[in-house]
Design a protein around this ligand. Sequence first.
Ligand code: ZN
Length: 157
Amino acid sequence: MTPPKFLADEMNGDIARWLRIIGFDCLYFTGDDLDNKLLEIAEKENRILLTSDRELYQRAIRRYIGAIYTSGENTETKLKKIFNILNLNTYVNRLKYRCPICNTVLVQRESKGLDLPPHVKNNHKTVYVCERCGKVYWKGSHWTKIRDTFRKLGVDI
Ligand SMILES: [Zn+2]
């Protein structure tokens, strides 16, 4: 089964980052008057629209575009809702991590030879590199926090 792809509106940047970290493809746009553009992209690329705008949500549904309404909730509640509705649990751990900043699939690299602080090289044999924006990620204390948050949602990563 192909994992669902997403498109987050301005209010769901937090969700975009969380979904990308565990490997879901999630576009994220900010700016004014994006509603028509968002609907167009969601329709064309078969992406599920994550929106906190009720009117936009209803417009999507009327056009048979998959959409999830996420207003007035905190990040964890929003994630939980999305996971439950789409049963995302079944895809997790089969996906390659993506860069939370730019949505690019991360490449696993040996830390040796990369320009990283010594403590990172000492503690992490491999790191994850975004070849698009250049960011490097490793499973440090931040990762523990991410894992704990997902664990609370019943998701083991
Ligand atoms: Zn990146």
